[in-house]
Design a protein around this ligand. Structure first.
Ligand code: NI
Length: 169
């Protein structure tokens, strides 16, 4: 296994739309393993293939405290959603910044596992937030897109500041 390079905003590749996975082979299994390793190494709770500059509909999530409950969704499609919630989100492509985003409270998705088997996955609360956030990445959408222009520009200034601090540290 190896860790992959996570691209950061405003890398234009974050705006690319990912294509469905059609081949479920050893290469895909390796890629999923690398994505999980990359997410854990970065202390993230979710990662979409778009964030490692691969335009395939693959996402991984683990919101457990023990970091031992990996969720892998391939070609995830929203089947149902309900309710609303406001949750403070962060993103590995936006290091150091967080913002409240309103999303559905619960979602049901249809997806494939690494072997190409289809399954239905239901999530609610923070887990549903993660599923929606990562699915957005695969369509070239990022969480700051949901903010007002003023809030977004304040946050992006903070991102720049965080980068300068990280570079000089
Ligand atoms: Ni993200």
């Amino acid at each position: 296994m190896s860790t992959l390079n996570i691209i950061e905003f405003p890398d234009p590749r974050l705006r690319m739309k990912a294509a469905p996975v059609t081949v479920f082979d050893a290469k895909l299994k390796q890629f999923v393993a690398d994505m999980l390793e990359t997410m854990y190494a970065a202390n993230g709770v979710g990662l979409a293939a778009t964030q490692v500059a691969v335009q395939q509909r693959v996402l991984v999530i683990d919101m457990s405290d023990e970091r031992d409950q990996p969720l892998v969704l391939i070609n995830a499609e929203l089947v149902e959603k309900g309710g609303t919630q406001v949750y403070q989100e962060g993103c590995l492509s936006f290091p150091g910044i967080y913002a409240d985003v309103t999303r559905a409270l619960d979602v049901k998705v249809k997806a494939h596992d690494v072997d190409g088997k289809e399954f239905v996955y239901a999530a609610e609360g923070p887990l549903a937030v993660a599923v929606q956030h990562e699915m957005d990445h695969l369509d070239g959408k990022v969480f700051v897109d949901y903010l007002s222009p003023l809030k977004r520009s304040l946050l992006l200034k903070r991102l720049e500041k965080h980068r300068k601090q990280a570079a000089s540290a």
